[in-house]
Design a binder for this molecule. Sequence first.
Ligand code: NAI
Ligand code: MG
Length: 375
Amino acid sequence: MSKYRIAWLPGDGIGKEVMAAARLVLEGVGLEAEYLPGDIGWEFWQNEGDALPERTLDLLKNVDAAMFGAITSKPAKAAAAELAPALQGTGLVYRSPIVRMRQLLDLYTCLRPCKSYAGNPLNFKEEIDLVIFRENTEDLYSGVEFNPVPPELADLLEKISPPFSAFKDLPGDEYAISCKINTRKGSVGILRAAFEFARENKRKKVTVVHKANVVRATDGLFLEEAGEIAKEYPDIPMDSANIDAICMWLQKNPHNYDVLVAPNLYGDIISDLAAQMVGGLGFGCSGNIGREMAVFEPTHGSAPKYDGLWKVNPIATILAAKMMLDWLGEEDMGNRLEEAVAAVIMEGRVRTYDMGGQATTLQMAEAIGEKVRAS
Ligand code: NAI
Ligand code: MG
């Protein structure tokens, strides 16, 4: 019997290609694992009305960890129009399978390291080494949304929220409401994960990202909890920054930052920004981590324009596999894998199109796999 059971969810488009590449490298590093394929993505929405079928959730509940490629998703109306004829008009509503997976499995930490590997021609600056902790289940992603706004909600808001008077005379279909819901539990969970990581990895500080001067209720709560958690970690300096300011500071002085922690949407924004500073989406890897389960993925999507061309960069997914190895406690393998990636980047002989080269997805994976087997 294999040591680990890993759910394997390639998804759509280039998700399938980068996952094939990551598999090659995982086999090279010698992980004793059984890979169990799972269904997720657009074709399951179209044919079954569910982009994350129940059987996939069952699979995810019975494995040690999962790797996920990428999916295609579309706004609700466009999604409904693409349902199979038999499912049309049945009232099915598209919801992101990724957001659902994170919520249903309580994968409350989204961990996104962004490191500039020496020799990568795409580095914005050298020696960037940021680790972003993004809250992963609530905030503006709560899914509590209204478009149109029902009159009973408008009536209530008019009674209890003075600023709502600016909107009260609008017909319900002339505006929309998305609820930003942040709990103390969710905030504490992600803040503690960031501080624990900083302590374990001897990082120099934790920066809390927010907009509490404007978004007072929710971001105020997040910042307040940050202050409390920081008291438990007197060895780790903490500072804070507004989401807009941090986008500027990260570009100007990336070396002043180390671990960053943020509510869901701000975390999403700064992780794309940070990923671009170390080479773009071909390098952005991510772990969705809960108490007992974790799902690792590249941060990019299914990139339809490159689907089937086998030319995208698999490094993001390969680095996600490295994160999985670390999380499983196989740090030796994780380090070997990262060293192999770093060596291939440094040599610069094998580069995908985004790095200015011509190598295919699988040629990049083979180059990394060769190094890892030799290590
Ligand atoms: P995308 O991330 O799929 O691609 C945007 C662009 O980034 C690509 O056209 C390409 O130029 C570049 N890129 C992405 N991955 C790359 C790689 N591995 N190597 C080199 N370059 C790469 O975002 P897009 O085009 O906005 O969305 C396409 C679909 O993916 C949509 O349906 C979207 O909803 C979905 N999506 C899914 C995500 C996920 O599964 N986690 C995340 C983001 C988008
Ligand atoms: Mg994103």
